[in-house]
Design a protein around this ligand. Structure first.
Ligand code: M6R
Length: 320
């Protein structure tokens, strides 16, 4: 796999839904640790409007089930053009695994609930392993100096700490979310990718209409939707923009929003609702997503809904 990808001048990641959101995180890791420009796209948009290719492209498909029809259409096009490809999936022998040149398995164990959670986490971890191995093969100092095992151990420990304090998230869900018709997630950088995933989790299982926004984009239009008691969940882990996101929080607070802050230890301020253990920025999604998943879980459960089987959804989407 490494031999094949290291010849690429550009990596193209295609996926749908939660897997697409994991791809957005993977892009930042791959670009940082390997230096290979990486694009991420929605499979459903690429199948019939195939992206313009670099000279030596390499395609990665992220898919929990390995059966998603939208991703299969893109892979068929990729195979027609003889472009090398890798499927990262949780299901050995699945269609996308069989039809791609290479497979990496998530090894997350069966994921039964419709809402993808552990597959998302595993997709990020496996992309980290790929970025590390590829970066080392390409002699990139960033990859050679990266103690990934250490970072994964920190992530595992941090996730456990967050799960152990889950009662505080139930309180937040009960206080701010369950009676609300809408909600927002905001963040910048990797936090923006997690904001999209946090919003998808919350809306799909609680039916609270939730949008994920790049924090600064709110003021370009959407801030007009903020009114008294609108829940806004702010993610703050990006060293380059943490202070700017604090500014965006002030903008919504002054319009009456109920803000819930989830901040990395290095950026935390007094009064933050959740403080995440310290972790490498590129791995931060592994921790930030946990409170987001738990908020969705409690918002759904405490509304009396079926968390595992939200209405209108199937676990594997095999139609286009
Ligand atoms: O099996 P896949 O990862 O290819 O599925 C793609 C999406 O349908 C899936 O990630 C979906 O968004 C999640 N189940 C939502 O939680």
């Amino acid at each position: 796999i490494i031999d094949s990808i290291s010849k690429a001048d550009r990596i193209y990641i295609y996926a749908a839904g939660t897997s697409y959101h994991a791809g957005l995180v993977g892009k930042t890791m791959l670009e940082h640790y390997t230096g290979i420009p990486t694009e991420v796209g929605l499979a459903s948009e690429a199948g019939y409007h195939f992206p313009m290719m670099s000279k030596n492209p390499f395609f990665i498909f992220l898919t929990q089930s390995g059966e998603t029809a939208d991703s299969r259409v893109v892979l068929k096009e990729v195979n027609k053009r003889n472009i090398p490809s890798l499927t990262i999936t949780n299901v050995e022998g699945s269609t996308l695994s069989r039809e791609a040149d290479y497979t990496m398995l998530l090894e997350a164990g069966p994921e039964i609930a419709v809402a993808s959670t552990k597959a998302y986490t595993a997709q990020i971890a496996v992309q980290a392993v790929l970025a590390k191995a590829l970066g080392e093969a390409l002699n990139k100092a960033e990859a050679k100096d990266w103690n990934l095992k250490h970072d994964l151990a920190i992530a595992a420990e941090g996730m456990q700490q967050l799960v152990d304090s889950k009662e505080s998230l139930k309180e937040i869900a009960d206080k701010y979310l369950i009676k609300s018709r809408n909600a927002f997630y905001i963040g910048r950088g990797i936090d923006y990718a997690v904001a999209l995933e946090g919003a998808l989790k919350l809306k799909e299982v609680s039916y609270i209409q939730t949008e994920g926004f790049a924090a600064a984009e709110l003021k370009h239009g959407t801030i007009s939707l903020i009114e008294k008691d609108t829940p806004v969940i702010a993610l703050i882990n990006d060293p380059a923009t943490a202070d700017l996101t604090r500014g965006n929080i002030q903008e919504v607070v002054s319009r009456g929003a109920n803000v819930v802050t989830i901040a990395g230890k290095d950026f935390a301020r007094e009064g933050d609702n959740v403080v995440l253990p310290e972790i490498n920025y590129y791995m931060s999604a592994l921790l930030t997503v946990v409170p987001a998943q738990l908020l969705a879980y409690y918002a759904s459960k405490d509304k009396g809904l079926d968390v595992d089987k939200p209405r209108n959804l199937a676990k594997s989407v095999t139609v286009e």
